[in-house]
Design a protein around this ligand. Structure first.
Ligand SMILES: [Zn+2]
Length: 103
């Protein structure tokens, strides 16, 4: 069954990238569902840790909050609210901290 409600917060996957400022390794294709497998793994280019436990925990908390916001959004849509699809779009970048840009 198709979900007729839209996500009020759309999350763009940022993939993973290296925290070393002298290194440009990144892989935007690594979906967040796979991040657990990359915990404490080293950068293929410079060997730096690309995903620490702290990064992963912050990311999981962030996705959890987005999920709750979207569920609240579904509820209001169920009540008849018609959100503008461009209402909130979040982009998060994992780089020791999470940055959220609202477009
Ligand atoms: Zn690196």
């Amino acid at each position: 069954m198709k979900n007729k409600f839209i996500d009020i917060i759309k999350f763009e996957d940022s993939g993973l990238h290296c925290d070393n400022s002298n290194c440009d390794w990144e892989n935007k294709g690594i979906h967040r569902k796979l991040w657990d497998k990359f915990l404490n793994s080293s950068c293929p280019k410079c060997g730096e840790n690309i995903l620490t436990k702290g990064d992963l925990n912050r990311a999981k908390l962030f996705f959890f909050i987005i999920n709750i916001c979207n569920k609240v959004g579904y509820f209001f849509q169920w009540l008849g609210w018609k959100p503008n699809p461009k209402f909130v779009e979040a982009y998060a970048e994992m780089h020791k901290e999470i940055k959220i840009k609202i477009k």
